[in-house]
Ligand binder design. Structure first.
Ligand code: SF4
Length: 116
């Protein structure tokens, strides 16, 4: 992709994003995209989890540019020191802690088969 990027300038992929494809998240719980989005089926009710691919996704083969884009954002260091991902994880932990105090609304969750 780095070579293609150089040959085709319209392929706008910053180097930091391309690098994320080499080391994708190990599992959905480490994927910023999966942790910050909610995918619904066409009935607009059924949740697809743990990410938009459903089922038991193979993160090591993930080609989702949105996931790698958010991974690149998480890898970015504010002022060259603080990784954005650390702020995200702290924020997510606080959110999970606070949501445990509320009674969750019942949700229909179906695991979809993984297409390969
Ligand atoms: S398959 Fe891709 S989008 Fe889904 S959780 Fe894994 S890395 Fe994220």
């Amino acid at each position: 992709m780095s070579e293609l990027r150089a040959r085709f300038p319209k392929l706008h992929m910053p180097e930091g994003l391309v690098r994320q494809f080499l080391t994708p998240p190990a599992k959905p719980s480490e994927c910023v995209f999966a942790q910050t989005t909610q995918t619904l089926s066409a009935d607009v009710e059924t949740r697809i989890e743990p990410c938009q691919f459903g089922g038991n996704p193979d993160c090591s083969s993930c080609g989702c540019v949105a996931s790698m884009g958010l991974a690149a954002v998480a890898a970015h260091k504010l002022a060259g020191v603080i990784p954005v991902g650390a702020i995200f994880r702290a924020s997510a932990a606080i959110g999970r802690s606070r949501s445990k105090r509320r009674t969750p609304a019942p949700a229909r969750v179906h695991q979809l088969p993984v297409l390969r």
